[in-house]
Design a protein around this ligand. Structure first.
Ligand code: ZN
Length: 136
């Protein structure tokens, strides 16, 4: 939807409070577009009082709540621990690949166990990276 602010040029009904706006008032206009083949055409136009636009926007944000990008900020210590574990994981994964190639089952078991522990440790310092979940 395209949203912009403009002068109301004729009587229009506010989407939020359903009261009408008269020509010469400020208004927020929204246009919904749909793609019809190669031609872009709009289907519906919406109007709001600027105050109503802000009010409904704030209400929606309040409903959704504020989320920071990371819900639990990691301490510097945890970041360092994660980095080390990531390196240990990469090394173990490489060794595991070699052990599998050689068919060295005792090494496979030992490395798998080490990787299980690394996973447990990283879970304690900010969670298991998503991509680790797809690897054994
Ligand atoms: Zn309104």
């Amino acid at each position: 939807m395209d949203i912009w602010m403009t002068w109301c040029r004729r009587v229009a009904k506010c989407q939020h409070c359903e009261e009408s706006m008269r020509a010469g008032e400020y208004m927020v206009k929204g246009k919904m577009w749909i793609n019809k083949g190669v031609k872009l055409r709009f289907t519906k136009t919406y109007y709001w009082h600027p105050e109503c636009w802000v009010a409904q926007g704030k209400a929606k944000m309040d409903r959704d709540g504020y989320h920071s990008r990371r819900s639990l900020p990691l301490s510097e210590e945890h970041m360092r621990a994660r980095k080390l574990l990531t390196v240990r994981w990469a090394v173990a994964k490489q060794r595991l690949g070699k052990a599998i190639d050689k068919g060295d089952w005792s090494a496979i078991m030992r490395i798998s166990e080490a990787m299980r522990r690394i996973r447990e440790e990283i879970a304690e310092v900010g969670g298991i990276p998503k991509k680790w979940l797809w690897q054994s």
